[in-house]
Design a binder for this molecule. Structure first.
Ligand code: AHG
Ligand code: MN
Ligand code: MN
Length: 334
């Protein structure tokens, strides 16, 4: 790519489509629709505080969490773009109880599962937040999307990625041929290619975990892991601590610098807090495509066959050597 060339996400996706023959262009169109939804959400996030998008929406979602206004706005942005874009047959959102069928006459062949706004507790304090998305091919042959279409193992994802609304807005995705990052230029309204074939360092600089759950982690092995990262149990595994409280922001930093994020099962969340279908599985696909790893503490996230839409799983994700260290430490008993 010549130095001066501006590569928009649209142009990049088209190139990727030509590189990996047999593509019909429908996945490319779906990725455009997701990029459009991201621009709509970015516009609202940037104006938060100036327009009435902060604070609670006044109702609880299926997770039992107080929905924030921006959760609802982001969810609607996906329905207004992807929902009737003709590429999907059904959508699964963190903010909706059940699958939402596509609204257009001719449904597409894809399934979109997404967390429209990740890190909601950080919205009102102006800290980075994100969006996470996962794309599967429908397995049913015709008619409305089915639960079978929605409950597929992460290994079968066609594409996945996230948007980070930080100092700049970035969209990072993989379609199974590496991980690529785009930065939104708000002056021209385009996501421009800024990192091609992103690779996560094998060993991390940071560890990310909410240590306030120290006493309630179900698997005590995490206390051994954190002690090692803090240098309490001898030298060699020390890391620096970073925990933002937005999974997308912690994950993205670890992708660039190397690092590992953990959300173990704990007393009040015996299966962990993070949701498999639209948080752990899509980020696991991105992590593996960048040379990293993601497990539930023992087995790869991508091999887990989901049984329900909003099921949760413990998550260990990031630099390959760090995930392997944690897996060994947890398996060594405590
Ligand atoms: P969401 O806002 O979509 O519910 O996700 C929040 C998640 C994740 O982004 C973050 O890592 C985690 O919740 C933080 O949870 P704790 O506050 O329990 O650490
Ligand atoms: Mn989330
Ligand atoms: Mn969310």
């Amino acid at each position: 790519m010549p130095d001066h060339e501006l590569v928009t996400i649209e142009r990049f996706i088209l190139r990727q489509e030509k590189l990996h023959g047999g593509a019909t262009g429908e996945l490319s169109d779906l990725l455009y629709d997701i990029a459009l939804a991201a621009k709509v959400i970015a516009r609202q996030v940037r104006a938060a505080g100036l327009i009435d998008v902060l604070g609670a929406a006044g109702n609880r979602n299926v997770q039992g969490e107080d929905q924030q206004k921006l959760d609802v706005i982001a969810n609607d942005a996906f329905k207004d773009t992807v929902g009737n874009g003709g590429r999907v047959v059904v959508m699964v959102s963190e903010e909706d109880d059940g699958p939402v069928q596509a609204t257009n006459a001719e449904p597409g062949k894809y399934v979109l599962l997404y967390d429209p706004l990740d890190g909601s507790s950080n919205i009102d304090v102006n800290v980075s937040i994100g969006t996470i998305f996962s794309i599967h091919r429908r397995v049913s042959s015709k008619g409305p999307g089915t639960m079978e279409d929605c409950l597929q193992a992460g290994r079968k994802q066609v594409a996945a990625g996230y948007v980070l609304y930080g100092p700049s807005t970035m969209l990072v995705y993989t379609a199974g041929h590496g991980v690529h990052a785009f930065t939104l230029d708000p002056n021209i309204g385009e996501f421009l290619l800024t990192r091609e074939d992103l690779r996560i360092p094998a060993r991390g600089k940071y560890y990310s975990i909410n240590e306030s759950y120290w006493t309630s982690w179900v698997d005590g092995g995490y206390r051994k892991v954190v002690d090692a990262f803090k240098g309490v149990t001898g030298k060699g595994e020390e890391r620096n601590a970073r925990y933002i409280g937005s999974l997308v922001a912690d994950f993205h930093r670890n992708m660039l610098t190397g690092g590992v994020f953990m959300y173990p099962a704990e007393a009040k969340a015996p299966k962990g807090k993070l949701r498999l279908l639209y948080e752990s599985a899509p980020l696991a696909f991105v992590a593996e495509q960048a040379g990293g790893a993601a497990t539930d503490g023992s087995k790869p996230i991508l091999d887990i066959v989901p049984r329900s839409l909003h099921e949760r799983s413990p998550l260990v994700i990031g630099s390959k050597d760090d995930v392997e260290f944690i897996t060994r430490t947890l398996a060594s008993g405590h």
